[in-house]
Every structure is written in structure tokens, then in C-alpha cells.
Ligand binder design. Structure first.
Ligand code: SAM
Length: 242
């Protein structure tokens, strides 16, 4: 996907990207490639792949979830080189965004990126989701929590749901839809205060399959969750499902 195709494809789906926003995406791409020469940030290094697999893919929640086009607080757990949080913020500048990652070198990149793009109302947090979810400045404070390529579904439920207010939503961005994973999540949902809301299966313009799963936060998460760092991954509530 080249930059023109990126704009046209999104525009055809009623998501217009202004020239000013395209300058931000271009700056992001150049800085990501330059920084990647010294620090491992992404396996994807071809510009056309970055436009499709990082930028376009990160924006797909805006195509399916109209609520995400509004003013809202959003936390991106395991944001890595900023995906999906930074592209979402470039397009919807009304987001109050937190980018959380356990790797300091990625947070250092994100701090410089935010500065370069001059993005406002963005905070980076270096740490594990398991720890920050118990910090009262972050617990049950967000309208949305999102994660792409971080862990299996049951683990993600435990990492994300504690950050979301009752009435908010979590969004899981996945490459395959395993029916069993969501049915297998009923125990985790009950413990954590979630209820499956919607799931959208679609393809990227290159035919790669994608699934967005949204979960509503319907009651407060029990205080004991998330468990200690590493435990949600090692023994997810209700067992392991991709
Ligand atoms: C495969 S990368 C994906 C990065 C980005 N979301 C993307 O889609 O390109 C997973 C990231 O999650 C972070 N991560 C994994 N477990 C975490 C946890 N428990 N708390 C915070 N960050 C975590 C890792 O440091 C890594 O940067």
C-alpha cells in the first residue's frame, strides 16, 4: 500500500485523512525506520508494508466502532513502536492517550516520536500492565483499552479490563478468529466484569484476515486482578486460548 492508496482506501470508507495528518504519518514512518537501525522496534521495514500492516491496520477500529471517533480516554497496552495507539491519535486528536509498555527502549522511542509529531494529551508509561492496573491513577479510569499482538485472549482480558471504567470497552485486535477462545473466556469475563459485545471479521486490502473483538465492562473488576506480573500469561483465568 502506498500513501495515495492509504488515503483513498480510508476515504472510501468514510475516514478522510487530511494532508496535515499525512505529513504526521510520513514523519512517523521516517523516524521509525531511522530509529530501527539502532533499536529493534519492528520486523516490518518496507514502507509499503508499514503503510498497510502498521498504519492502516491500526486504524481499523475507527472503521468499525463509531464511538471511537469521539472524545475519549484510551490506553494502548503493550504499544511497542506505537501501534495501534499513535495512528489512532493522529486521526482522532480528541483522544486522551496513554501508551504503556514494559520495555524502556520502546518508551524512549515513543517519547521522542510524540515530541516530533507534537501530539498533545499523550502520556507514556514504562511498566507492566499487571502493576499499573493497581495504581489508582490508572485503574478503571479509561473509556477504552486496546491491544494488538500482545498475548492470548484470556490473558488480555485480565491485563486490559482493570483499566476500563464500568460502561467502557476493551478492543482486542487479532489476526485469526478462534470461536472457542471467546466461549472459553466466560470464566475470565465473569471474574473481571466483562461481557462480549461485538466481533468483526474482515480482510485488509491485501486479503490478510483480521478480527476485532469488543468487550463491554459491565461491573467493577475484583481487586485481586490482575494477578502478579507474569501470572496472567502463565496461567490465564479459564485456561489458554489464542
Ligand atoms: C509483539 S509487541 C506488539 C507491539 C504493538 N502493539 C504492535 O502491534 O506492533 C508486544 C509488546 O507488548 C509489550 N508487553 C508484553 N507484555 C506486557 C505487559 N504485561 N505489560 C506491558 N507491556 C507488555 C512488549 O514489551 C512489546 O513491546
Amino acid at each position: 500500500m502506498n500513501p495515495d492508496e492509504f488515503v483513498t482506501t480510508l476515504n472510501n470508507q468514510s475516514l478522510p485523512i487530511s494532508n496535515r495528518k499525512m505529513v504526521l504519518f510520513q514523519t512517523y514512518l521516517e523516524f521509525l525506520l531511522e530509529y530501527s537501525k539502532k533499536v529493534n522496534l519492528t520486523a516490518i521495514k518496507e514502507p509499503k508494508d508499514i503503510w498497510l500492516k502498521h498504519f492502516y491496520d491500526s486504524l481499523t477500529p475507527l472503521l468499525y466502532l463509531p464511538d471511537m471517533n469521539k472524545k475519549a480516554s484510551l490506553i494502548d497496552i503493550g504499544s511497542g513502536a506505537g501501534f495501534p495507539g499513535v495512528p489512532l491519535k493522529i486521526v482522532n486528536q480528541k483522544f486522551q492517550l496513554t501508551l504503556l509498555d514494559s520495555l524502556q527502549k520502546r518508551i524512549a522511542f515513543l517519547d521522542q516520536l510524540i515530541d516530533k509529531l507534537n501530539l498533545k494529551n499523550v502520556e507514556t508509561v514504562h511498566g507492566r500492565a499487571e502493576d499499573f492496573a493497581h495504581n489508582l491513577n490508572y485503574r478503571e479510569k479509561y473509556d477504552f483499552a486496546i491491544a494488538r499482538a500482545v498475548s492470548n485472549t484470556n490473558t488480555l482480558l485480565e491485563l486490559l479490563l482493570p483499566f476500563v471504567k464500568v460502561g467502557g470497552k476493551i478492543i482486542l485486535m487479532k489476526t485469526v478468529h478462534v470461536e472457542s477462545e471467546i466461549y472459553g473466556a466466560s470464566k475470565a469475563l465473569e471474574e473481571l466484569g466483562g461481557r462480549v459485545s461485538q466481533s468483526f471479521s474482515f480482510e485488509l486490502p491485501n486479503d490478510d484476515p483480521r478480527v476485532l473483538i469488543t468487550i463491554d465492562k459491565i461491573s467493577s473488576t475484583k481487586k485481586r486482578y490482575p494477578r502478579k506480573a507474569g501470572v496472567p500469561e502463565k496461567s490465564p483465568i479459564g485456561g489458554k486460548h489464542d
